[in-house]
Design a binder for this molecule. Structure first.
Ligand code: ADP
Length: 479
């Protein structure tokens, strides 16, 4: 099948979170299965793009509102990522360093809507010029959410109406809500169809994609269930569109996330050498951040936002550190400035026992997955979560709140086949109790070693989920 993924992120070109990881991996796994998957993304001002050879494939123009924009499509010549990667270049709009956020202000770009709409129109305009049409157009999150509408209901692109479109909701919290007058910027469409762009009197890109895409997927089965009662206002819409919803669990990219070959680690290891390998990585972290390598190290990696439960971290870590002297913590993250400040201040309060590193650092994240004994994920909402799957692979015990994809990927160690530690309520008490349960587990070396080996052998690779997507695309092509 000819599969077109359209996304704002793709690792390692541009990544803000799990979306980047997914789009950087899924197409390669689909290609390994004999399909022809490719990715279309914006041509940002990124080092990766400068460092790779590109060829100009197509140039044209489109109208957005009352302006005409030129765009160019470039292809990465060597297919370095295991799939064809195309960049949409719109000078003045997309060629910026930030993906969503302007690094100089820390806030979203003022023309966020126009910027990503231009990207979407250019992508659709280019697809419209193809002689051989693709079998499916797969859109990811709200930044590509207007594409199914444009393919189905605009006059210029009516040739695309017969191509199935799929939306994957990586995070339903972010919907791309704007004043409904912004519809003026879209290509000409049937006026009676403009309701398909709206939800609750706003132009809502995610809602539009849920209405117009032929199928909608969420990144885990449990998240699909959770969205039916907690989707930031989209619950009735999801109920209405229920027959076309599917929960397909994300996988992990074993070309990038495998402790046996990961070039970012201080020492590589497999399940036979896990003890020494983890210790070498932990010793590196302990030296760098003045921690004690003989104590269990519990880490958090992620966006410091309410969704991830980042606001629980300061009180939780303080509470544990006040009560016990046999544990160390590392936090790696960026996000809410208040959270960053609080965690930064804690660096001075708990020297040698706690370290907050408030930046985005891919290489350090890999070392932390490898060097930690446990990874804490007290999420309020977790559509899938990749961190816990990386942790399992690196022999690091995930301590997770039983929500969304965390529920689908981690089994509590009290149960048969257990791979981690669960807690249910979003509370200091439950989270602290989970850490204490993990400490009891650590005091039983044989049980702990068995659990680590089991965790490392869990297969969360893309192999299985890539097939699920293919079956979905095939069913749409039959309908
Ligand atoms: P999200 O909701 O942020 O997309 P996921 O668990 O799906 O959450 O994916 C998060 C991805 O971002 C993981 O690859 C994680 O390692 C990475 N990540 C998050 N914050 C940081 C950081 N500060 N430094 C390095 N990597 C990070």
């Amino acid at each position: 099948m000819r599969i077109i993924h359209i996304s704002a992120e793709c690792y390692p070109v541009a990544k803000a979170g799990g979306l980047g990881d997914v789009v950087g991996a899924l197409p390669a796994y689909q290609n390994q299965k004999g399909h022809q998957a490719m990715v279309i993304m914006p041509k940002y001002d990124k080092e990766w793009i400068d460092d790779h050879l590109l060829s100009l494939e197509h140039s044209s123009r489109f109208i957005m509102g009352d302006k005409i924009y030129s765009y160019h499509i470039y292809k990465e010549v060597n297919d370095t990522l295991g799939f064809e990667l195309f960049f949409v270049d719109i000078p003045g709009l997309l060629d910026r360093t930030g993906v969503y956020v302007d690094p100089s202000s820390g806030y979203s770009y003022w023309d966020e809507f126009e910027r990503f709409l231009a990207f979407q129109i250019a992508a659709v305009d280019w697809l419209n010029s193809w002689h051989l049409k693709p079998d499916v157009v797969h859109c990811h999150d709200h930044h590509t959410g207007l594409i199914p509408f444009m393919m189905n209901h605009t006059f210029t692109y009516q040739n695309l109406r017969t191509i199935p479109s799929v939306l994957t909701i990586h995070n339903g919290q972010y919907q791309g809500n704007f004043e409904k007058g912004k519809a003026f910027f879209l290509p000409n469409h049937e006026p009676h169809m403009s309701g398909l762009l709206q939800w609750e009197n706003k132009l809502n890109q995610l809602a539009s994609a849920i209405k117009c895409a032929w199928a909608v997927t969420t990144v885990s089965p449990t998240y699909l269930k959770e969205l039916s009662f907690s989707a930031k206002g989209l619950e009735p819409l999801l109920k209405q569109e229920q027959p076309k919803l599917h929960g397909i669990l994300n996988g992990i990219d074993l070309r990038v996330w495998d402790p046996r070959i990961d070039p970012m680690l201080v020492q590589n290891y497999d399940f036979k050498t896990v003890k020494e390998g983890k210790l070498a990585n932990k010793t590196y972290l302990a030296k760098r951040y003045n921690l004690d390598p003989t104590k269990p190290l519990v880490s958090f990696i992620g966006r410091l936002v309410g969704e991830k439960g980042a606001d629980l971290l300061p009180d939780l870590i303080r509470s544990v550190l006040y009560k016990r002297n046999d544990i160390n913590f590392i936090v790696l993250g960026t996000g809410d400035p208040m959270q960053e400040q609080t965690l930064d201040a804690m660096n001075a309060s708990f020297p040698g026992r706690f370290k907050a590193i408030l930046k985005y650092d891919e290489s350090l994240a890999h070392k932390i997955y490898a060097g930690s004994d446990a990874l804490l994920m007290p999420s309020r909402v977790e559509p899938c979560g990749l961190n816990q799957m990386y942790a399992l692979r690196y022999g690091t015990i995930p301590i997770v709140r039983r929500v969304g994809g965390l529920n689908d990927t981690v089994i509590d160690f009290s149960l048969k086949g257990g791979t981690g530690v669960h807690f249910d309520n979003f509370s200091l008490y439950d989270a602290e109790n989970a850490i204490n349960r993990m400490m009891i587990l650590f005091s039983q070396p044989k049980k702990c070693a068995d659990l680590i080996k089991r965790a490392m052998k869990v297969d969360h690779s893309w192999e299985r989920s890539a097939d699920e997507y293919i079956h979905l695309y095939q069913s749409l092509n039959k309908s």
